[in-house]
Write a protein that binds this ligand. Structure first.
Ligand SMILES: [Zn+2]
Length: 310
């Protein structure tokens, strides 16, 4: 049996996943693309049961498997259709979508539900591909947040956060991107960032900041360059700078404001979108946790990460 077909248009999506049953069938096909196989006894005959809870029982040994186990939807009380729509919108809406937009578009009554859906889906954006960047990479650090229009002196966002960006050089264009918040601009922070994102031996372009100097000793082909030497040469770290300005435009345009505490989650979302340009089905599956198993995250866990209201 081939992989389940993925709708390319919103009309097709609406028809394809019109009911809870259609969503469960899709999950079933994702879990057992070659037909049902019991994890315990290897039996291939399934007696459909608890369809409401998307739990299937093996006809031979009675073992039960939930098609949502290991996915972001496990033990959810939110309808699968809502999850599917949220993941579809997040995956295909290129600039991304805010909790407020999601709530409006899906007619979700409680803002908390929309917010939780979005944050759970974002969790899947953290480690979709941990394959390190290769060959040639531009690395830079930059500040995010701080005082912006309409946010003067308000809330937790008044402080600026240092972030690191690493972008693969692919001809004249950009390959994959990695982003992370950094403690400071010391070798300790910058070195950890480069080591975590880039394979040893790669060419690493940076500016001449001394925090990058030990890179050569750490096994990278380090090519530092002074910003002043850039006259007449090709632009200075062009891919890193393009990624930074795209990120800032995206953060400002879509989310208006990213709170300090969740900044890394927004960086992950940007990375996810950048690295998955042009493959909505892969994005959709990853978001729902259908391609990788993720630690479960509950609303309580997410809420506990929030700072106490001021
Ligand atoms: Zn069995």
């Amino acid at each position: 049996m081939p992989r389940p077909h993925f709708p390319l248009t919103i009309m097709e999506f609406q028809e394809r996943f019109a009911t809870e049953e259609a969503c469960r069938d899709y999950l079933f096909a994702c879990r057992w693309p070659d037909g049902f196989r019991c994890r315990r006894c290897g039996g291939g005959e399934v007696g459909a049961m608890h369809r409401r809870r998307a739990v299937w029982q093996c006809k031979r040994c009675g073992a039960q498997t939930s098609v949502t186990a290991g996915t972001v939807m496990h033990k959810t009380r939110t309808p699968l259709r809502l999850w599917f729509w949220a993941a579809y919108l997040v995956a295909t809406h290129h600039p991304g979508i805010s909790a407020v937009q999601l709530q409006r578009q899906l007619g979700i009554r409680r803002h908390e539900t929309a917010w939780m859906l979005l944050h759970k889906l974002r969790r899947a954006m953290v480690a979709p591909e941990r394959e390190p960047l290769k060959r040639e990479v531009e690395v830079d650090e930059f500040f995010l947040g701080g005082v912006e229009e309409g946010h003067e002196g308000r809330g937790p966002g008044a402080k600026k956060t240092l972030c690191g960006v690493a972008v693969e050089v692919r001809g004249r264009g950009s390959g994959r991107v990695r982003l992370a918040t950094l403690e400071d601009a010391s070798w300790n922070s910058l070195g950890s960032f480069v080591k975590a994102t880039t394979s040893t031996g790669a060419i690493v372009h940076t500016d001449a900041w001394r925090g990058y100097l030990p890179l050569a000793k750490a096994g990278f082909d380090h090519r530092p360059r002074s910003q002043r030497a850039a006259v007449g040469e090709e632009p200075y770290l062009p891919r890193a700078h393009r990624a930074i300005s795209n990120l800032k435009a995206w953060l400002h345009g879509t989310h208006r404001w990213a709170s300090q505490e969740h900044l890394q989650a927004y960086l992950d979302e940007f990375t996810f979108r950048h690295n998955r340009r042009g493959n909505p089905h892969a994005a959709f599956r990853t978001l729902l946790g259908l391609s990788t198993v993720h630690e479960p995250s509950t609303y309580r866990e997410i809420i506990d990460e929030l700072p106490r209201a001021a």
